[in-house]
Design a protein around this ligand. Sequence first.
Ligand SMILES: *Cc1c(COP(=O)(O)O)cnc(C)c1O
Length: 495
Amino acid sequence: MKDIKDTGLLQDEPLIFEQGGEGRKGYSLPRWDVEQVKEEERIPSHLLRKELEGFPQLSEVEVVRHYTRLSQWNFGVDSGFYPLGSCTMKYNPKMNEEVARMRGFAHLHPYQPESLVQGILKLMHGLEGYLAEITGMDRVTLQPAAGAHGELTGMMMIRAALQARGEKRKKVLVPDTAHGTNCSTSAVASYQMVEIKSNEKGVIPPGKVAELMNEEVSAIMVTHPNTLGLFEEHLAEIAEIVHRKGGFVYCDGANLNALMGIARLGNLGVDMVHLNLHKTFSTPHGGGGPGSGPLAVKEELIPFLPVPVIEKEGETFRFDYNRPKSIGRMKAFYGNFGVLLKAYAYILSMGAEGLKRASEMAVLNANYLMTGLKGSYYLPYDRPCMHECVFTDRYQEKDHVSTLDIAKRLIDYGFHPPTIYFPLVVKGALMMEPTETESKEGLDRFIETMIIIAKEAEENSDLLRQAPRKVKVRRLDEVLAARKPKLKWNRDQSQ
Ligand SMILES: *Cc1c(COP(=O)(O)O)cnc(C)c1O
């Protein structure tokens, strides 16, 4: 008999291969009353799979319990507060999931002829229109499968637009407060990146842009709001400087959660912007996809959009492939339709007022959090924030407690840690994004806990350095855990 330990509700769980027993099945049906056809008679024997040695055989309830228990070791937006900065881990209404699973949508096939999917094309065309309206742009491609993919699409279009003008520019300006994907995108698109230092207020100084901007620069990539959670207050002026020298303004709008219905990027001089539907528009994420990063562009860039583009003629919708200046396809078929559908349902159910209210609440919550933690944690940019705020471990340094310790201790209290050590411009950053879906009580509980942790740092800092202690897996060597994951949980190895 195995040594069974008292673990409360968080049960130990062996591998599925160690469970069950010979002959157990995941279903029970009455015995058949017709003669059974042997598999070998219907399928050539060389195509039949042999018995797999050690293949698990479990009853239905064993399978259900196995996966339910494993799911309880995990953390999601459905289990608690998830203030992971820059990721917008907000709660997404289940209704939109229901909509995406309706049979008519779920059973669509990308090879269905246009005449049989007019409603679908209408929906995609409609979503495009809403996103153009929200961003203040002229047209949108729904193809990109993620934010970074939208960025790459945009940079390829900028190259094509410059080529059409007979220009070849090699550089891209990227501020030090940009999201990491902006740097990667510049590199993948074979551009040379020139860094712009943000000023003491955490934003891009127009003077610096003017210094660096010349006829070799194809574009500036601005994350807005930036990764410090701040509004780029000089964006319009910066856009003018870049345009004057023939460059384009790319905006990383992955965090549009802060701006919907409040600031239209097109009005600020932005030429193109990608959105993350899996952040702002109701697709839960964190598990690796699918996502969607539509790219919205101004009139001048429309000819370069990926094919196909959806056109409306009278009451009929069709895919237009005949676009000689297009950069081509960025994805098989037409984008991750299920994600588009959820965004469409979300936008319709919220309405213009609702979207604006969501952004207002996101910004209000972040400022509430920031105000509550000021004094207990060091706030490097002490000014009103947008959807997120960035603290550091500076006050805890004297007690030899780091950002990592604070993040790990939060797990013991049942919270998902914030984003840590990012953005890079802030040493020991703790980047927190509460989102609009957290209640005041939820925020108060988090603030209270963070203040308790700050006290623990002063009075009993070992507690923090040993955290987390109340979960299945204690502190890991995170690099090793990612490179050589050990999937079998073992109580003795958990510490
Ligand atoms: C999340 C995020 C991205 C990357 O989006 P992916 O869908 O993960 O590729 C880019 N920029 C910003 C500002 C983000 O927050």
